[in-house]
Write a protein that binds this ligand. Structure first.
Ligand SMILES: *Cc1c(COP(=O)(O)O)cnc(C)c1O
Length: 434
């Protein structure tokens, strides 16, 4: 497959060399360096719809979509227009604007069980605030998280954190003290017995159970039937808050995210990625009673210079409005996600390559494995080199997949049937290449 790469990458290589002398690994977020797929990143010149074009002029059908931040593809005219209009009126005020009220109204109207939101600038901040609020509101300390679930790079949660950390094989990370993670309990996903045991061990000091309802940072792993119901029940019985990290699933599984999809209401919801429409915005959401524990109404401190940034709010509003206006959107997205995965599985079957795959909402995922994968241990047991070869082969055919086997495939409304069919054909060609 290595000899198959027809791309000219001179301009990207040159930029990467300079970038590497100026920024660690040449990037500002580790997985972008393509290290785990044995390659070098392409540098983007521009992107439109489902396609992304690099500085050497190569175009790729993009199944990363800014790691899921884009539901309508790159540079959607309506979002660009909203951003441009907002920017022309001022890019940051540090004082309230109507746009925050508008986006908050939309979020509260779409996400089940919530009454108030606090906007922040990244999913990491939303998780950090959520953990602090859960501890502040309950007066308890311990947090249960799940191996392979990722909640951003806050210190206390950087234990068995999937995605970038898993890709790099960093067990937690240097720089985080044992004291910082001492109140973090890590257990396997999809295992209610382990959860029960962990809850018992935490005694009456459990503040929250924090979970990605659909795990999308260790590949894509769906919750077993009844699992989330069980988690909800155990959290309630333990007097702990259930925090759904819907930074990926929010507005991707449906307008109401995983809560709506599975009919389960969490106590706190973390939103990010799509809620900012491709700009830096994220949110913590929940009941008025809980959210009012945050300063200035409550004692739990949290703040941000660029929180509720007008340009980001405008992008979020345009995105959520497009979601509410199109009642066929998620049916269409789900169908494409299923077609994508089905085409891939068929190609793998024909080539006798062992593969399991899943699709839900506008998310797809696959593992090179003959067995079902249901937790991080399973995901980790898959062969990184097999994924890396497939990644490079697909890139050579003009399809950009996540540069890590621990990420999901992101489908946008800009992906057409041709893109989906092309993906399957390219996969077949890659499998056929010795
Ligand atoms: C991306 C992600 C985060 C972190 O969001 P950032 O904006 O990258 O800080 C948190 N939780 C989940 C589930 C994510 O996928």
């Amino acid at each position: 497959m290595a000899g198959l790469d027809p791309r000219i990458t001179d301009a990207s290589s040159k930029l990467f060399a300079e970038a590497s002398s100026l920024m660690p690994g040449g990037v500002n977020s580790p997985v972008r360096a393509f290290g785990s797929v044995g390659s070098e990143p392409f540098f983007v010149r521009s992107a439109s719809g489902a396609e992304i074009t690099d500085v050497d002029g190569n175009s790729y059908v993009d199944f990363v979509q800014s790691w899921g931040a884009l539901l309508f593809g790159h540079a959607h005219p309506r979002i660009v227009e909203a951003v441009t209009a907002a920017a022309s009126k001022g890019t940051s005020f540090g004082t309230p604007s109507e746009l925050e009220v508008e986006l908050a109204r939309l979020v509260v109207g779409m996400v089940p069980g919530i009454e108030k939101v606090r906007f922040v600038s990244s999913g990491t901040e939303a998780a950090m605030t959520g953990v602090r609020l859960a501890r502040g509101a309950t007066g308890r300390n311990k947090i249960i998280k799940f191996a392979g679930c990722y909640h951003g790079h806050l210190d206390s949660l950087l234990v068995a954190a999937g995605s970038g950390v898993a890709t790099l094989g960093i067990p937690g990370t240097p720089g985080v003290t044992e004291a910082t993670t001492a109140d973090t309990i890590v257990i396997p996903f999809n295992d209610l017995v382990a959860l029960q045991t962990a809850i018992e061990a935490a005694g009456n000091d459990l503040a929250a159970i924090l979970i990605e309802p659909v795990a999308a940072n260790m590949g894509l792993i769906l919750p077993h039937d009844g699992y989330l119901e069980g988690v909800r029940k155990l959290a309630t019985e333990a007097g702990a808050l259930l925090v759904f990290d819907e930074v990926i699933t929010g507005f991707r599984l449906g307008p109401g995210g995983a809560q709506e999809r599975f009919g389960i209401v969490a106590d706190l919801v973390l939103l990010g990625k799509i809620v900012g429409g491709g700009l830096p915005a994220a949110a913590l959401a929940g009941s008025a009673e809980l959210l009012d524990e945050l300063a200035p109404t409550g004692p739990v401190y949290q703040a941000g210079t660029l929180s509720g940034n007008p340009v980001a709010m405008a992008a979020g509003i345009a995105t959520l409005e497009m979601i509410t206006e199109d009642e066929n959107l998620y049916g269409r997205l789900q169908e494409r996600a299923r077609d994508l995965v089905r085409g891939l599985i068929d190609a793998a079957d024909r080539a006798e390559v062992p593969m399991v795959a899943a699709a839900i909402g506008a998310l797809g995922g696959f593992f090179f494995s003959g067995d079902e994968i249901e937790d991080y241990e399973g995901a980790e047991s898959t062969d990184p080199d097999v994924y890396a070869r497939f990644f490079r082969g697909m890139l050579a055919h003009g399809f950009y997949l996540p540069p890590s086997r621990f990420e999901a495939l992101f489908i946008s409304d800009a992906h057409t049937e041709e893109h989906i069919d092309g993906f399957a054909s390219a996969a077949a060609a890659v499998f056929a290449t010795p």
